[in-house]
Design a protein around this ligand. Sequence first.
Ligand SMILES: Nc1ncnc2c1ncn2[C@@H]1O[C@H](COP(=O)(O)OP(=O)(O)OP(=O)(O)O)[C@@H](O)[C@H]1O
Ligand SMILES: [Mg+2]
Length: 1006
Amino acid sequence: MGARVSSPVVVGRAEYLAALVAAQARTRAGEPSAVLIGGEAGVGKSRLVGEFRARAAGAGVRVLAGACLDLGVEGLPFAPFAAVLRDLVRDLGADGVAGLLPGQASREFARLLPEFGVADWATDAGLARARLFEQVLTLLERLADERPVVLIIEDAHWADRSTLDLLAFLVNSQQVLDRVLIIVTYRSDELHRAHPLRPLLAELGRLGWVERVELPRLARLHADELVARILGREPELSLADEVYRRAEGNPLFVEELLRDGGGPASVLPDSLRDLLLATVRRLPEETQEALRAASAAGPGVAHPLLAAVTGLDDDPLARALRPAVAANVLTAATDGYAFRHALIREAIYDDLLPGERIRLHTRFAEALGADPGLAAPGQAAAEQAHHWYHAHDTTCALISAWHAAADARRVLASAEQLTLLARVLELWDQVPDAAQRIGASHLAVLEQAAEAAEAAEENERGIAYAAVALREVDARTEPERAARLLQTRGHLGCHLGRDDGYADLRAALELVPAERASAARAQVLLTLAGHLPDPHGQEARAATEEALALAQRAADPTTRVTALCKLATIEPAPGDDTYALELLALARTAAEQAGEYRSLLDVAVTESHVLEGIGRHEEAARVAQAAIARARDHGIPRATGAILAANIAEPLISLGRWDEATEVLEHALALSPPPESRGALQMLAGIVPLRRGDLDRAARLAAAARSSLNRDPSISHDRGMMALQFQLPLARLETEVRLAEGRQTDAVAVAAAAADRFDLASHPRYSWPLLTTAARACAGASQPIAAAQGWALADQARELLGRLRTLAGKMHASGPVERASQLTFTAETERDEGLGLTGPTAGRAALANWDGAAAAWGSLSQPYPLAIALLRAAEAALTAGDRDGATLRLRRAAGLADTIGARPLRDEISALAHNARIALTARNGDNRRRDSSDHGHRGLTAREFEVLRLVAAGQSNPEIAAKLFISTKTASVHVSNILAKLGVTSRGEAAATAYRQRLFDPAPEA
Ligand SMILES: Nc1ncnc2c1ncn2[C@@H]1O[C@H](COP(=O)(O)OP(=O)(O)OP(=O)(O)O)[C@@H](O)[C@H]1O
Ligand SMILES: [Mg+2]
């Protein structure tokens, strides 16, 4: 057995560390403070506290730490305090410690450490204890006089009675104990009902200064990061999935599963098994017996089903399981039980003898067969299939897998459907009359498997199934059937970037010629249109339009909806987005009329995508959100669910609602989406930390996204709308991360590689943002600091810039978002143009450019690019000699950056303000007032100015609140202040005054 390796850094606990730091700050400010940290074994309590401890020690805090030992109830009294004292003696010497206390007081410590002489055993025990407690308190006080103290008591679930009493005494005395933070950790999973720590936690929890924290398992995103940190590389997706499925975010379990740095051991490491089974083995035999049965059911089991299998009546079963619940092995739910952790179940199950396993599975299968109502609704077939398979009954396993596959298909669970069909095919030869038993031919099963693989994005498997099926079908007698199989194989082949994919699709079209117009032809056409090199070109449009006409004639609503959606995404004429939305409205109605949930989801995906593309961010998020909510009951394919989540997060990021976006993304990633959509989610998830200044995390997510998207080196990711819609934003993220890391050369190289590799001109929506970032990288590279990196960089940057310009000249910018990017690109590329021009003239040209970009982003409510544009505009204003103009823009930029928490950008803003000696907050009586004749700002703050702008645009307080990401109440306070400052009484008057006095003139939107 190999060694366990830990992550060199602490993952995913920033928020908890911050809470500890804040608690410490409170004690320094003279407030009492204690933090009680609970959590299951291995979840990371000690690691968290250790990290905090290291930081505190680094900041000059004295750390005192001791742990309780697992010695049973009769443990060593005061063990953790003895440890604390021992460390202190090592540090200060016994005399040094004694010197902190009055007279002979330190003799009380003899009860804990022999170094302090002989305790006075003659005294009354109760009194002696009281004196000891007092002296510990005094000692802490004295130590805290020197420097702040953190007292850490670990593993309080093992604490002896005396330790608990002393701890309670200290926490209760904290009001007189300045500058001492007390931290206690304990395993919450060990707190059975009668545990002595329970009442103490409750009692301490009532004190105002005591904070109770339950440390949760790591969220998926962080669990993946942990795997990457432990391995020192990005894990393959299958590995990350497997580890998460089993460890469920418990860091200790993750480490154990990754022993030896390789794939997770399929059997549990012994050490982990022992840890997990230790509690189980202490339970009564009848409890263990019931647990063994439950372990064969899966992660959870309903009470009646378990009763049927164990043959126990309700009461005896409940009685048998009660100790398992008390010991936190099981958790009780309304209708059944679940194992507290999947690995506990796995450990118990692994421990079963082979014969026992078969016997249990057979009983489960039979019980479910006799009464399907024992399973969760819709699950009976799937569960039965599972149990027959593991009971090694081939015939029953094949039949039940076939029925379960049909159920899975009904709820659109393609991955499960595929697994079940694969099982049917696997068992086929062992069951002589398989076709009769399930009423379907081998070919029919293959066809379904190919389709399911396609839906589940299992490309290679889909191709393999379709290929076998094509050998079994006769194209002359059943041309449509053959065409469909060719379509599936062709689609998957194209998806993998293989040229024979096209050949398949063209062959399919020949089998269903235009003369015999059919729904099958329509579908092949749509597939073809989706894979043409130019997805917006004439051929794509023609194919889509023909498909639409065919679907209409064949009254095939599903295909019609797909065609309408496809047509809506074929880049509309510049500025024409109403057309796309009209098509989508038609598609929606068609899908609704046909009651096609899957089609409705497709419409929602497309609609939110289109809305986001034209800058209607709020609506985009809402449409995707509504689709998820609505579809939940109907079962939602994982891939579509993940794409919808991405379509919620993307607009939220645009709107600067980054916390919400992060939440959506983390949630979606936790559901293990298929690779492509996972890559998209990781890429989006990388944007927020990048802009908030957590570069490490941003870089990691970018790397994770790359490994998800390019998981298969045999796949070409260079073409096709689907591929580029992820690849281009990823290239942008990677460029931006390198820029932020100060790796200019790399940033330029990444951008240049993307420009080489992709046909950017045909994907303006994703190319414009990449172009602006690339231009920014180039602009930076020719700035003075670049000299240090040599002229080569400047040359490369110039060369790339030239190419980008040519490209931009050829590219459409349709709709307000692309136009805003285009304006930014222009402003960015003309930044260094001013070589010919100098000083104020160059400044004024740049100012106009950046003001234009700012106005564009402002009207889209995109605070982040708006703040950047304002910052650059302020720079330009300074060059042009317009200090007031610069001040105004900088303040607005600072306000925006603050609101969204864009720290690095905010630092840049502050740096410029500092260099230019501009105050970022308007103070009373500051010189703005005096030159109000110039611009007439009437002492409005940047924020108020923003609010006034919206008031003047006729917006209500709730609307203003939504736009500016503040509460309605805050908005109304701003409005009252503005009215007061302008000396007016109504919003209308305020607007009029603002226009009359040309308050908006110097601002970008003028
Ligand atoms: N946030 C984290 N980032 C990286 N590694 C972690 C993290 N949390 C825990 N670990 C690792 O997981 C293992 C278990 O963590 P730890 O010992 O802190 O758990 P614990 O909650 O204190 O468990 P116990 O209840 O057994 O004391 C350790 O090797 C630790 O380094
Ligand atoms: Mg610990």
